[in-house]
Design a protein around this ligand. Structure first.
Ligand code: NAG
Ligand code: NAG
Ligand code: NAG
Ligand code: NAG
Ligand code: NAG
Length: 366
């Protein structure tokens, strides 16, 4: 059964404003262009979030080895991760573990500025099912478009939920099997008019639909009220592959029609592409890991020598300072002694110049 999205949204009011909302609807007025992805890329979400590409709009982002964790600890919380980029047709392959618990909804949503929408939704009360859905231009007057698909242990196992989307066909795939297909001309898409067809961003959310304040219909749809005393509830986003079928810098609406034919593509590298191509500033420990064992030993030996030199240099410096200090004491004009921070800076500068002088790691090899 599918309840009015408007009712659900009204119920969520303050909560999920961004869940299905738009800052600027280009079918109503002029809006800024949408930054494109313009390429294909895979994320593992096992590291800090690149904030040029992703935005944690609500809630907190935490990562572990197997992916991003979106967690609700207590009543009033919800999470929403949004891409800053948009894709204009493409593929979204999300490996997800849903959050278990009645009243909860985990989702992977593609959504455009004029509210075209493509959904995967997991109802927390059923860990053997995922629902598929779509909306065109925010039209939510009927709710007969949803699909239900069996999937085993959706809360404890990652499954591959892939959306394939182009101007002719929209497909939902689970673990390499197509479970649903929507042609552009389908009646349920009003023969194309309500077929999702404008640039979409990618969003992931975990939100409590079963809330005391919600209409009874919404609570029933969500399988009951969230049982907060059994919190925390966690949705995990593992690997994500997103492919934009267009390459370009930005997408903009050429008119108010909201049709794919009206979308204009500004050529050039997208902000996302430039960010993704940027060489990763490696941490020292990563550089260290990149070296082989032989090199490690080489560096230990080198470091031993450098360390000895450093200590010798430092002692010499101290002695000089002390001598200078004594002299200055004698003359009665003792300057402010080097404080601890200055000492540390001195040591750091010294190490760095030494480091550069020796060409960093380069001179050690296997
Ligand atoms: C993240 O996961 C990928 C794939 O499993 C792995 O290659 C990579 O080293 C991991 N990165 C971190 C920072 O753990
Ligand atoms: C919204 O969808 C309904 C049924 O799917 C349709 O009857 C109605 O004309 C649509 N409204 C608009 C504005 O397209
Ligand atoms: C859970 O989903 C499966 C697969 O769609 C369905 O067969 C089953 O009846 C559902 N269980 C509940 C409690 O809704
Ligand atoms: C996930 O499913 C899609 C669609 O079937 C497929 O193209 C892709 O290779 C799958 N990914 C993995 C990691 O198996
Ligand atoms: C655009 O991206 C490509 C790689 O996809 C890169 O080779 C090229 O230098 C970039 N151009 C600019 C102007 O940044």
């Amino acid at each position: 059964m599918f309840f009015s999205r408007i009712a659900i949204l009204a119920a969520l009011a303050g909560y999920a404003t961004a869940q299905t909302s738009t800052d600027c609807d280009p079918t109503k007025k002029d809006c800024p262009p949408d930054p494109a992805l313009g390429t294909e890329y895979s994320w593992n979400f096992n590291t800090t979030l690149d904030e040029k590409i992703w935005k944690m709009a609500t809630g907190t982002y935490e990562y572990e080895d197997d992916g991003a964790k979106f967690t609700l600890q207590k009543e009033g919380e919800s999470t929403l991760l949004q891409s800053n980029f948009y894709i204009f047709f493409g593929v979204v392959e999300a490996h997800v573990k849903m959050a278990k618990g009645q009243g909860l909804v985990s989702s992977v949503v593609l959504e455009s500025d004029d509210l075209d929408e493509i959904d995967w939704e997991w109802m927390g009360y059923n860990t053997s099912e995922v629902q598929s859905n779509f909306f065109g231009k925010g039209n939510d007057t009927t709710f007969d478009r949803g699909g239900k698909h069996h999937v085993a242990n959706a809360d404890t196992e990652f499954h591959n939920y892939t959306t394939y989307w182009d101007q002719d066909i929209l497909q939902w795939w689970i673990d390499g099997e197509m479970v649903r297909e929507l042609p552009y001309n389908d009646e349920s898409a009003l023969f194309g008019k309500n077929y999702p067809q404008t640039p979409c961003r990618v969003q992931f959310s975990l939100w409590p639909a079963g809330r005391k304040e919600a209409p009874q219909g919404t609570i029933d749809w969500a399988g009951g009220l969230v049982e907060w005393d059994t919190a925390p509830f966690t949705m995990t986003l593992g690997k994500l592959r997103v492919k934009d079928f267009h390459s370009g810098k930005e997408y903009s609406y050429g008119d108010r029609s909201g049709s794919w034919q009206s979308i204009e593509i500004l050529e050039g590298n997208s902000t996302a592409l430039n960010e993704l191509n940027k060489p990763e500033p490696k941490s020292l420990s990563e550089k260290w890991d990149d070296l082989g064992e032989g090199a490690h030993i080489g560096v230990y030996i080198g470091a031993g020598v450098a360390g000895a030199l450093a200590i010798a240099g430092f002692l010499f410096f101290c002695l000089r300072q002390r001598r200078k200090g004594r002299l200055e004491n004698a003359l009665g004009n003792n300057p402010v002694p080097l404080n601890r921070a200055e000492m540390e800076n001195f040591q750091k500068d010294w190490r760095q110049s030494e480091w550069k002088l020796n060409g960093g790691y380069q001179q050690v090899s296997n």
